[in-house]
Design a protein around this ligand. Structure first.
Ligand code: C5P
Length: 415
């Protein structure tokens, strides 16, 4: 199964002397919950804000301070840490640490380890989340250091505009731990089996206007589609997510295109499909739209309202037609939400829409389908074979679907 790229990764979390250091404990905890092995290095200033024990408690791994350099393991500590690291994440990173890294200083355990990681394309990822007071980040000296480090391949996240410890509101606030984690997840996924593949995913409902304030829609929340976007990113793909209105946050690294109506979704999907290797159509596209949306709000005094509807275009069928000339996307994956005759209805859809794979789910079950976190699906393939998956989280289903898509996209993986 394609996995969270943080799973079993050795992450060194460098924590430096900013008040945001307290948030680093949450970050260390989240990284650990995502399966990473987290070794923390605190600078002396960081250890004044938060103790190594806090980190040890949430990571189950040792947390180091510079004094450990002179302990029993002294001559190997920074080398040992650097050798097994998949990434060094410094959060929060102070202006002093940025300056030190930019000029190659090595006077404490963190900067020594950063230097021992090496530089160039084969060096482990260096990701930096700065935190400092207003004016310090925008200072020419800091900006030059950021530029030097970026040129050497470091990836920056933040800082964000917001409330600072000094009381000022400006750019200098450390990005939230969840954003840092998601960005690291994205960065570590880039060498996955779908590296270089472009996958377009559609998600959520569409809204079809009745008048300027009312619309027709459905109960889709977009959860399954957003989970597919995440799973495709985790496998290394470049992902375009075409989303109807939802309350969800798109996974870090997605190219997000917001749409509202089926017509807008068709337009965006046909355009993205020209360069997509795969289209995964999870969106619950409204089948009908009001034939003539009213220009003004319809008044209830008019009494019984009859609303003539017309059929929306079938987006998958249109993409299938377009690919006869563009030869893209190479594979088409659809979803079938059914309340009866699940597999025969899904099979019929697969043939009509020219799909390579259809994911069929019974939306009448309480633990599957709309607005719940779990789903129970059957996968039907164009060659006629079927695969029933047990009740799983939508993320697990997404990972299973992406796993099945890999050999379809890279036929050499089959041999
Ligand atoms: O025909 P039905 O809506 O059940 O088919 C489901 C599949 O077709 C889904 O993948 C859905 O995203 C896609 N679809 C579409 N255009 C429509 C309606 C559904 O591409 N107008």
């Amino acid at each position: 199964m394609t996995q969270n790229p943080l799973h079993k990764k050795n992450i060194i979390l460098g924590v430096t002397g900013s008040i945001a250091a307290y948030k680093a404990a949450d970050l260390a905890s989240k990284l650990t919950q995502n399966g990473a092995i987290v070794n923390v290095i605190l600078t002396d200033a960081a250890a004044k804000f938060i103790s190594p024990l806090s980190f040890q408690s949430v990571t189950g791994q040792p947390a180091y301070i510079s004094a450990d350099l002179w302990g029993a393991e002294a001559h190997v500590l920074h080398i040992g840490l650097a050798r097994k690291a998949d990434a060094l994440l410094i959060a929060p990173a102070t202006a002093n640490t940025l300056a030190k890294l930019a000029r190659g200083g090595a006077d404490d355990l963190l900067s020594l380890t950063a230097l021992a990681l090496g530089s160039g394309p084969d060096a482990p990822l260096l990701m930096i989340a700065p935190a400092m007071d207003a004016g310090m980040y925008s200072h020419a000296a800091t900006q030059e250091n950021v530029e030097i480090l970026t040129r050497r391949g470091a990836v920056f996240i933040g800082p964000e505009e917001g409330h600072l410890a000094s009381g000022l509101v400006a750019k200098g606030r450390m990005s939230e731990p969840i954003q840092i984690l998601e960005h690291l997840r994205y960065q570590l996924s880039r060498s996955g089996p779908l590296k270089g593949c472009h996958i377009t995913v559609t998600a959520g409902p569409t809204q079809e206007d009745i008048d300027p304030v009312r619309f027709l829609s459905n109960r889709s929340t977009g959860k399954q589609g957003y989970a597919l976007a995440q799973a495709a990113l985790d496998a290394g793909a470049d992902v375009t997510l075409i989303s109807g209105p939802t309350h969800l946050t798109p996974p870090a690294g997605t190219r997000l295109i917001h749409v509202r109506t089926a017509i807008e979704m068709q337009h965006a999907t046909l355009s993205a499909s020209k360069t997509a290797d795969a289209l995964i159509m999870t969106a619950a596209v409204a089948d009908f739209r009001p034939a003539q949306p009213a220009e003004q709000k319809i008044k209830k005094a008019k009494g019984v309202l009859s609303l003539p509807l017309m059929q929306n275009p079938d987006i998958l069928a249109a993409v299938n037609q377009q690919r006869a000339t563009t030869l893209m996307p190479k594979i088409l994956i659809g979803f079938a939400a059914e309340t009866q005759s699940l597999t025969s209805n899904a099979e019929d859809k697969m043939r009509r829409k020219g799909l390579n794979l259809i994911v069929a789910n019974d939306v009448s079950a309480r633990d599957a389908g709309f607005a719940v976190d779990t789903n129970r699906v059957t996968l039907l393939y164009a060659d006629g074979h079927q695969e029933e998956l047990p009740l799983m989280s939508k993320l697990e289903i997404a990972a299973a679907v992406i796993e099945r898509a890999i050999p379809l996209l890279n036929p050499q993986e089959n041999v």
